[in-house]
Design a binder for this molecule. Structure first.
Ligand code: ASP
Ligand code: MG
Length: 413
């Protein structure tokens, strides 16, 4: 069995869907499980629906917009789009009636029941289209296979149940199913966290003992730097699992961190390839040497905050104090991307996804002198060499740290 994953950008319009068909023809689709995300920005639009619903604003107009986009796309794809259009309308009408009936005040629960439509409908359209051009396939409802707990929006996978379910699928032919979704023990829909479709693919690859998994992207593979922020980039041909996990940890956005672990456990080779040039090699993540070619890898994290705590009375920042500080950070869900300490000070480069930094700083002000520099940039360079910091605006440097093969520099934005 092979597992393929197509993200939202690869199926954002009719041309994208046709390209998936061409790609399957050119690379083959025998015994292949295809995981697909919602089309384009559909998930964002459905998130907006949920938000409007809870704010008692008109959400039906937003749903109609998403419905129309899908119907327009179907009209471009199918000679006779009536069946597909009906199916699409049914899906979106079901969300409207669900929301009208719903009594649950649980935002995350409602979110999952609504947002899942993006993947359900994208896979329906793609499956029907492929069948219509004689690429025979079966559509699977992934919620019958991937089982999670009831942590809506961040479902934790029940691996043993999921594996049992997936093993029941006869590994023959071509399957189309949804990324990002699962279901809890009551068969309510759950989601696996934003951008979770790569993880879904890895779950299938793991449970099938797949021979490989491929993520099809609009880039030639994993590059040594994000082309949005760095001028010169190079394709990485091979990365070991460990190195890929390190890169993902420091923020390389092409690889979803949760995705790697199941693949690494069973040593399933994982490819990142271009859906524009699908027969090119792309990047292989597998056993073996850390990185080939061996070049520095540049990662930029934005919207970071540098906080320096120093003791007011010149006392040492000892283990008990450190543990207090880190407990607070944990409680506020603030992520520490870099730390450096001396006898009487501790510098932290922080990521504040949940807007708790002000509270943390207020707490710290009681015991420490706090200096804060907001919205700084964190550059991480793996396998750095003497020239590596040339890409960093070092004239605005605030802090620098080297740990073995990793150089990190915090600069003012
Ligand atoms: N459609 C979901 C999202 O946009 C899942 C994914 O794309 O991986 O987050
Ligand atoms: Mg997406």
């Amino acid at each position: 069995m092979k597992v393929f994953k197509f993200g939202g950008a690869s199926v954002k319009d009719a041309a994208g869907v046709r390209n998936v068909a061409d790609l399957l023809q050119s690379v083959g689709y025998e015994n292949t499980c295809v995981i697909v995300s919602a089309m384009g920005k559909t998930t964002n639009a459905l998130e907006e629906v949920v938000k409007r619903y809870f704010e008692n604003e008109d959400f039906e107009k937003t749903i109609s917009g998403v419905k129309e986009q899908h119907i327009t796309l179907a009209k471009e794809l199918f000679e006779n789009p009536t069946d597909v259009s009906n199916e699409i309308s049914q899906f979106f009408d079901d969300i409207v009636s669900f929301l009208r009936r719903n009594k649950s005040p649980n935002y995350s629960y409602v979110y999952d029941q609504v947002v899942c439509c993006g993947e359900l409908i994208s896979t329906k359209i793609i499956s029907m289209y492929l069948n219509s051009i004689n690429i025979k396939n079966d559509w699977l409802d992934v919620r019958d296979y991937i089982k999670t707990d009831d942590t809506y929006r961040e479902g934790k996978v029940n691996w043993s149940l999921t594996e049992q379910n997936i093993k029941k699928i006869s590994p023959k032919g071509l399957f189309i199913t949804q990324g990002f979704l699962g279901s809890d023990s009551n068969f309510f829909t759950t989601t696996l966290g934003r951008e979770g479709s790569d993880y879904s693919a890895a779950i299938f690859a793991y449970c099938f003992n797949a021979e490989s998994m491929t993520i099809w992207k609009d880039v030639p593979g994993v590059l040594n730097a994000d082309p949005r922020y760095f001028e010169e980039t190079q394709l990485l041909n091979h990365i070991s699992y460990e190195e890929a996990i390190e890169l993902a940890y420091y923020g390389a956005s092409v690889i979803h961190p949760k995705t790697l672990q199941p693949l690494q456990q069973k040593e399933i080779p994982f490819f990142v390839k271009s859906f524009i040039n699908p027969t090119e090699n792309g990047t292989e993540v597998a056993k073996g040497e850390a990185l080939s070619p061996e070049v520095p890898c540049f990662i930029l994290k934005r919207e970071q905050h540098l906080v320096r705590l120093s003791s007011k009375d010149f006392s040492f920042i000892t283990e008990d104090k450190l543990s207090g500080i880190f407990n607070q950070l944990y409680d506020y869900q603030i992520k520490v991307n870099l730390m450096q300490n001396s006898a009487i000070s501790l510098s932290l480069c922080l990521e504040d996804k949940y807007n708790n930094l002000d509270k943390f700083v207020a707490d710290m002000n009681e015991a420490y002198k706090v200096q804060e520099e907001n919205d700084v940039l964190l550059y991480t360079i793996r396998h750095f060499d003497d020239n590596s910091d040339k890409v960093v605006p070092t004239e605005k440097e605030l802090l620098r740290q080297t740990v073995r093969e990793t150089l990190q520099i915090v600069v003012k934005a």
